[in-house]
Structures are given as structure tokens and as C-alpha cells.
Design a protein around this ligand. Sequence first.
Ligand SMILES: Cc1cc2nc3c(=O)[nH]c(=O)nc-3n(C[C@H](O)[C@H](O)[C@H](O)COP(=O)(O)OP(=O)(O)OC[C@H]3O[C@@H](n4cnc5c(N)ncnc54)[C@H](O)[C@@H]3O)c2cc1C
Length: 268
Amino acid sequence: MPDQPEPGAPERLRRRGGPPKTATLLRKEWLNDSMVRLFFGGADVDQLSELEYTDHYLKILFPGPVTRTYTIRSLDRKTGELAIDFVVHGDEGLAGPWAATVDPGAVIEFRGPGGGYAPQEQYDAHLLAGDEAAIPAIAAAIERLPVQASAVAVLEVADADHRLAVPSDRAEIVWVHRDGRPYGERLAEVVRERGLPEGRVQVFVHGNAGMVKDLRRYFFLECGLDRRDASISGYWRTGQNEDAWQAGKHEFVAQMEAEEAAVGSGAH
Ligand SMILES: Cc1cc2nc3c(=O)[nH]c(=O)nc-3n(C[C@H](O)[C@H](O)[C@H](O)COP(=O)(O)OP(=O)(O)OC[C@H]3O[C@@H](n4cnc5c(N)ncnc54)[C@H](O)[C@@H]3O)c2cc1C
């Protein structure tokens, strides 16, 4: 596929912060027609330090310089395989079309991992919610849930045919189907309908930025959730590629926080 750029870092990025790490695509597995799991390996994968968090992500470098952010779904030290689940969301964009068509043997360059959330023991309950882009991080979190805590994961997919295999022994899984509605709308509705679980709750909500904005207002203003108990941010925004979203994210978050502060203080 000559039109599909292979990820690669330009010289400027190589010089900034040292050379990027590399990984080789070992194999790929379609989870359904809109999600493909790519397994990477190589010396830099073997040398990644212990993954402390469940939302660890890599910045994959494409020519440009352009980066795309992806969660480490799993890292199997025995086989040396690092798995990433890519949403295939049509022909638009770089990473989605690349992941759909790339063949084993391809080499990627990346930076990271970053990350900052893992389910913690001091909570009575865990609420996890997200669309397909966040399902890898939510699935990884479910695998690390403390034994004594209750947990619910509200997961949005296109329709009933697009449900994914996520671990269900530790958490109640609630599937939400878009069925043609905009991303995140139904997910936010279902989270609101169900309400916050009883007790001290740790919240992990990621995915479409519009849904995140709505649910921040719900958790922080309507439920009075302490912001320190939540990991909640937009992974992507409808109609914007990652470059535009990341460039405008600071302003989006500042405006969202100002609106929350205005509502919180009773102003309009
Ligand atoms: C910390 C973090 C972790 C992430 N982990 C994952 C992950 O594990 N798997 C994953 O698939 N994504 C993940 N994402 C989201 C991913 O980085 C974005 O979806 C990214 O925009 C995809 O790049 P692209 O080149 O395919 O599309 P872009 O070139 O960025 O966008 C092209 C068009 O596609 C739309 N678009 C982008 N993403 C989606 C989507 N998911 N569904 C529908 N339309 C979309 C955009 O709005 C735009 O109109 C993560 C993001 C963050 C910040």
C-alpha cells in the first residue's frame, strides 16, 4: 500500500530527547471489523520498565512529525508481545487506516510509555466508562481491580455486533449501543441513569471529548465527586484529528473548567 505512511520519526524528533524506541509488528488479530489488535516486539519492548499503571500509552511517530496516542492493552513478558488495540474508524486519519492495512514485519517508532491511573485499593467501588478508544485501558484496569471492590464498566460500541471480549469476572459490564446516535451521547445518558455506586468511588472515564465534558459536569457538579477521585479526559474529538485536538485541548479544558466553576458558583 504505497499511500500508507509507515510510522517514522524525522531527524528533528530524533535529536529532541534522544532517539525514539522502535518495535516490530509481529502479528495482528481482528477483534471485529472496527477494532484490530497489533502485537509488537523487539529489544525496546523487552526493555520497557514495569507497567505501574493500567492506562499506559505510547506516542507512535508518523512522518510529519505527527504522533498518535495508543494505550498498551497488555505486555506479556514471557512472549515479549506488547498488544495495542486500534479503532478502525473509516478511511480518515493516519493511525486507523495504517493499523488496518499494515503487515507483520513493519517497524514503528514510539515514545513513552506515559500514564497515571490504576484502580486503587482504598475505594469501595470503581466506575469505568468509555467508547472503543478507551476500552483497551478499561479492560486493562478491570484485570487489576482490587478483589474487595465492586466495579461497573459502561462501554459504548456501535451496536450489539460490535461488543468486544472484556474480562467480566471482576466487573459488571454494561454495553451501550450507539445505534446511529452521535459518539458518547448514549453512554453519558446511561452513566447518569445508573448514578454513582455507593461508597467511596474511583472513576475512570475517557473517550469522546463531548461525552467527557457532559460527564465531568455530572460527576463534579451534580454528584459532588472529589476531582482527585477521577481520571477523566477526552481521548479524541469528533471532527478533529489528533493534531488539532491536542493543539486545542488546553483551551477546551480551560473553557470547560470555567463553565463548571460558573455553574458551581451559581453564575450563568
Ligand atoms: C491517552 C490516550 C490513549 C488512547 N488509546 C487509544 C487506544 O488504545 N486505541 C484507540 O483506538 N485509540 C486510542 N486513543 C485515541 C486515539 O489517539 C485517537 O482516536 C486518534 O485520533 C486516532 O488517530 P487517527 O490517525 O486514526 O485519526 P485522526 O487523524 O486523529 O482523526 C481523523 C478523523 O477521525 C476521527 N476519529 C479519531 N478517532 C476516532 C475514533 N476512535 N472513533 C471515531 N472517529 C475517530 C477524528 O475526529 C477525525 O475526524 C487514545 C488517546 C489518548 C489521548
